[in-house]
Ligand binder design. Structure first.
Ligand code: NAD
Length: 455
């Protein structure tokens, strides 16, 4: 065999698997058809966060009047913002390539096809390995909407590619994570933004109170949102595009813009990956895996966005990639893979882990809930952080933390503490043992634990 492990895809899942496997002594190769880093580094998390950072800085400067700072005539240069984002992506990609070189991980450039449970072809070359790992990720899903082919209709890939795209008026189809993050970026840059969401609320998979608070904030900032919007078609009109949709009350409505972002989910990348009769079981186009990440073809494993039932998050892919490497090297897996935090980089940030109140109630779990508004937190008051809250959910029977939802400054960093507590089954009393520094945003966690009451 040429290798112990061949990994297809160098996104977060493939990278973590490769680095852990190499560190554990496995002869490892990674096959990648595009750039190292996958969607997260090149067309996802990293460029999006670079834009969000720039947009956030601009918004903060514009809002600084209330702090006594006069910053009249603030300008931003869209192309320079894009260059800064592209530089960050290049740096991160180079540091990944360097890490692979240091760890002697073989990188094979090209499009892989799995031809046998232990063989992969790239063009005319054939490579063999004891085990294969599919970490080929996902790409934006495109629904059946007439007019999708019109110029100016884009996915997040186009907005995040080098140089990016600017639209003075952006209509976003989909009020999920990508939709609300781009609404935040474009609105902060002063663009007109309309969000059309098919469901009854933004971020439908998250806590209801988070959705409601976000909707209020976006409205306050001038984002137009239509919920229960059934998109019928996109048309070219004078000066731009019109998205025609049926509204909640059944009326036919139009939202006009220069650009339309389609952000309605991502579909697994499996096209042409498996040759001939070698077709593992799939569910809705994603690979079905057992609890050890093995597909229905023995010896072929899969992690990340390409796996059925997975949350499509970079850190899920990384954790699973590391777990597979440990398993294959005969080492114990330390991570609790069931406890997954998820973050939305709006302003203020949103983060959650474990169960929401609704989910726990639907599972008939008796609860203690502690919720405090950020208005009760000194640091938030000083920094003029708008409407937000910290909510902790404990199982009433033993006071174990089973969920947390945060909407506040630095929520995406603060969620580390509840994630640690959830992953280790910690109780309310254990949370309250720690002294938290003052003044910090994190004090809200202790206040919420203190405030927990049966409900
Ligand atoms: P999503 O599933 O989060 O949201 C898609 C939204 O589109 C849903 O609210 C859905 O109801 C709506 N929708 C579907 N069809 C529609 C239609 N025809 N008209 C109007 N609305 C429609 O998907 P996404 O926002 O595209 O994100 C894709 C994946 O990438 C998600 O799994 C997400 O978690 C992940 N992601 C994560 C982050 C992060 O962690 N910060 C950032 C970006 C993306």
């Amino acid at each position: 065999m040429d290798f112990d492990l061949i990994i297809i895809g160098a996104g977060p899942g493939g990278r973590a698997a490769a680095e852990h496997a190499a560190a554990l002594g496995l002869r490892t190769a990674v096959i990648e058809k595009a750039e190292l880093g996958g969607a997260c580094l090149n067309r996802g998390c990293m460029p999006a966060k670079a834009l969000l950072h720039a947009a956030g800085q601009l918004a903060a400067i514009r809002a600084s009047d209330s702090l006594g700072i006069r910053a009249a005539d603030v300008e931003f240069d869209f192309d320079a913002v894009q260059r800064c984002k592209d530089e960050a992506v290049l740096n991160l990609r180079e540091s990944m390539a360097q890490s692979f070189r240091t760890q002697k991980i073989t990188v094979i450039a090209g499009c892989a096809q799995i031809v046998a449970p232990n063989a992969v072809c790239v063009g005319t070359e054939r490579y063999t390995a004891e085990k294969l790992l599919v970490a080929s990720g996902a790409a934006p899903a495109c629904p059946q909407i007439p007019g999708l082919e019109l110029p100016g209709v884009v996915t997040s890939d186009a907005l995040l590619e080098p140089a990016g795209r600017d639209f003075g008026r952006l209509v976003i189809i989909g009020g999920g994570v990508i939709g609300v993050e781009f609404a935040s970026i474009y609105r902060a840059l002063g663009r007109a933004v309309t969000v059309l969401e098919a469901g009854t609320r933004l971020l439908p998979s998250m806590d209801r109170e988070l959705s409601q608070s976000l909707a209020v904030l976006l409205k306050k900032r001038g984002v137009t949102t239509a919920l229960g919007a059934k998109v019928e078609r996109i048309e070219a009109v004078e000066g731009g595009l019109a998205v025609v949709y049926t509204g909640k009350q059944g009326a036919v409505c139009r939202a006009e813009g220069d650009g339309v972002l389609v952000a309605v989910g991502r579909r697994p990348c499996l096209d042409g990956l498996f040759a001939g009769a070698l077709q593992p079981e799939t569910l809705h186009g994603a690979l079905v895996c057992d609890e050890n990440f093995e597909t229905s073809v023995k010896g072929i494993f899969a992690v990340g966005d390409v796996v059925a039932g997975n949350m499509q998050l970079a850190h899920v892919a990384s954790a699973q990639g590391a777990a597979v490497a440990h398993q294959l090297a005969g080492k114990p897996v330390l991570t609790n893979l069931k406890c997954v935090p998820s973050c939305v980089y709006t302003d203020p940030e949103i983060a959650s882990v474990g169960m929401t109140e609704e989910q726990a109630k639907a599972a008939w779990i008796a609860l203690q809930v502690g919720k405090v508004p950020t208005a009760a937190n000194g640091k938030s008051v000083i920094e003029h952080t708008e409407r937000g809250f910290v909510k902790l959910i404990f199982r009433a029977e033993d006071e174990v933390l089973i969920g947390a939802q945060l909407m506040c400054a630095r929520a995406t960093d603060l969620i580390a503490a509840p994630a640690l507590a959830c992953a280790n089954g910690m109780t309310r009393r254990q949370l309250l043992r720690a002294i938290l520094p003052h003044p910090t945003f994190g004090e809200s966690l202790a206040q919420a634990a203190q405030a927990a009451r049966r409900r």
